[in-house]
Write a protein that binds this ligand. Structure first.
Ligand SMILES: Cc1cc2nc3c(=O)[nH]c(=O)nc-3n(C[C@H](O)[C@H](O)[C@H](O)COP(=O)(O)OP(=O)(O)OC[C@H]3O[C@@H](n4cnc5c(N)ncnc54)[C@H](O)[C@@H]3O)c2cc1C
Length: 512
């Protein structure tokens, strides 16, 4: 009998540049499988908006596979058991999938799957899809490996697949998985067609001023690629985007138009971020514990006991009383996306001004992001909380960000309609005005908009003092070296140690 290979689709919902599908097709008959795992979707970092994006992407994948003669088999259940049942049902000799650097739950699930398939004598071949290296011992050759993978030819999608028939379960609705309501009216649509359209518009014009317009949430929504959920769910492959971007850059080199030089610089900045993608995911791959524990273990205990549930709740709801911060939180709630700088500021505000341990705010943001990518997310959350020991802490000043990134208050007015009537200077800091002035413009503090949770300048000063005192504890500096060896980027030689801070101020990046 002709043998069967299962292609297990995980966070790689495409048929293009898909090594597992190509390998399975070359070996014989193919069973394309998608497992909806209820327990995965019940994890604290999962949300309805992610599920909606996932479901739309699966629908498109399913149509593409059907056109190739191999309808997607959808099963609901525990992955190891689903796979074992299919192995019993069909003459399965191999399972092909992409490597996944997911959260702690998927890591444990993959271990269970590996054990079960071993018992059944079925080979599980996992293929690389990002520039992440499994079992990496030394970061030195990492960039070379990234380049090699990204430079290999993009794999054509098989035109016809020889399939085996198997029953499908119906796709569960979000509430059937126990999911709570998660309204996200302006969420990006899932599916490869939406991703390809974004890539095209970015490379053909939208990305022209990427590097200059990425910082303000007003311009970033249009100037950034917006491809992050497509990388997270694999509707596009990183390699095809790297190659398309390089090709566009090369074409611009022959363009003598006035904008070509700037556009090339924008694409250079973009390509460096595609490196960062994998650089950050590698951190979680190399040390899965950083989802739960500080990268630098010396920071354990610094904030845990001070967790203030009310502060946290108001931060989640976009009710901190700092209009720019609240506008960012509300945009994120409504769209499932916000730009890098604002993500960093939101974590900095929760970590420094509100002195909250990063785990709960990190989970809230993970659920809010349609593009939640555990490796990037937890590494960045820790970095912006100042607990990695290898990054200079950056305490964003929410008022300065407001004035810099939204000088005319358009962003705040868009997301905080209750403040829309205020003149621009007051819009950034309504707490500085007297009650009568505010009332003339329709605002009553603590009635239709809250007073700030704290004095942000005092809170930032206190956070600096606490962090500085903690960093002076015995043993903190020695651990830095270990963290750097494991997680640092290899652009600089390894033996460069972290510069010794001269003064307290040197520990922090400016008045960001
Ligand atoms: C606290 C925090 C949490 C974050 N969580 C996530 C997350 O869960 N998922 C996620 O994809 N990104 C995350 N990022 C990184 C970054 O903010 C997003 O990748 C970016 O805003 C996504 O929008 P875009 O695709 O339009 O980005 P673009 O600016 O167009 O960038 C293109 C791609 O480069 C990568 N990239 C960009 N910036 C970074 C960065 N700083 N670090 C690593 N990779 C980067 C992403 O894959 C991104 O899609 C986080 C950043 C912070 C500060």
């Amino acid at each position: 009998m002709d043998t069967v290979s299962i292609v297990w689709f995980k966070r790689d919902l495409r048929v293009h540049d898909h090594a597992p599908l190509v390998h399975a097709a070359a070996a014989g008959r193919v069973l394309p499988l998608l497992i909806v795992e209820p327990e995965l979707w019940q994890q604290a970092d999962a949300s309805g908006r992610q599920y909606a994006f996932f479901r739309e992407s699966v629908a498109e994948l399913s149509a593409q596979l059907a056109r190739r003669g191999a309808p997607l088999v959808i099963r609901v259940g525990e992955a190891a058991e689903v796979l074992a049942a299919l192995v019993r049902e069909q003459a399965v000799v191999a399972v092909h999938s992409h490597e996944e650097t997911g959260n702690g739950w998927t890591y444990a699930r993959d271990r269970r799957v590996a054990a079960r398939l071993r018992e059944l004598g079925v080979r599980w071949q996992q293929h690389r899809q990002f520039g992440v290296v499994r079992g990496l011992r030394e970061r030195k050759a990492w960039v070379v490996q990234w380049e090699r993978l990204m430079g290999e030819p993009v794999l054509a999608s098989p035109v016809v697949l020889r399939a085996v028939a198997s029953r499908s379960d119906s796709f569960p609705d979000w509430p059937a998985l126990g999911g709570a309501g998660d309204a996200c009216p302006e969420r990006q649509p899932g599916g490869r067609a939406a991703g390809s359209a974004l890539l095209h518009s970015f490379l053909s014009g939208r990305g022209r001023d990427y590097h200059r317009r990425m910082s303000s949430p007003l311009s970033a929504a249009d100037a950034c690629s917006r491809l992050s959920p497509h990388y997270a769910w694999g509707t596009l492959s990183l390699r095809e985007v790297v190659q398309a971007t390089r090709a566009r850059k090369a074409a611009l080199a022959d363009d003598s138009g006035p904008e070509a030089g700037g556009f090339r610089r924008a694409l250079t900045a973009y390509l460096s971020r595609l490196h960062w993608h994998c650089h950050f995911v590698q951190k979680l791959e190399s040390e899965p514990a950083i989802e739960f524990r500080n990268v630098h273990r010396g920071y354990e205990g610094m904030r845990e006991a001070d967790f203030d549930a009310e502060r946290f709740q108001r931060w989640c709801e976009g009710q901190t009383g700092w209009p720019f911060v609240d506008a960012c939180l509300r945009m994120l709630a409504a769209t499932g996306w916000i730009n890098f700088r604002m993500r960093a500021m939101l974590v900095a505000v929760s970590s420094y001004h509100l002195w909250l341990h990063w785990r709960e705010p990190g989970l809230h943001l993970a659920r809010q992001f349609t593009d939640y990518e555990p490796g990037i997310h937890w590494s960045q959350v820790q970095m912006q909380s100042g607990v990695t020991g290898i990054n200079i802490p950056r305490i964003y000043n929410p008022l300065k960000q407001s004035l810099d990134q939204d000088p005319e208050g358009r962003f705040i007015r868009r997301w905080l309609p209750e403040l829309a009537g205020l003149p621009t200077p007051l819009l950034h800091a309504p707490w500085t005005a007297d009650a009568a002035t505010l009332a003339r413009h329709g605002v009553v503090l603590d009635h239709n908009y809250p007073r700030p949770l704290l004095d942000h300048e005092q809170a930032a000063r206190l956070a600096k003092q606490r962090l500085t005192a903690w960093r002076r504890r015995p043993g903190m500096r020695e651990v830095n070296g270990e963290v750097l060896r494991k997680h640092g980027s290899r652009k600089r030689p390894l033996d460069r140690t972290i510069p010794r801070p001269q003064t307290q101020g040197d520990l922090f990046a400016g008045d960001a």
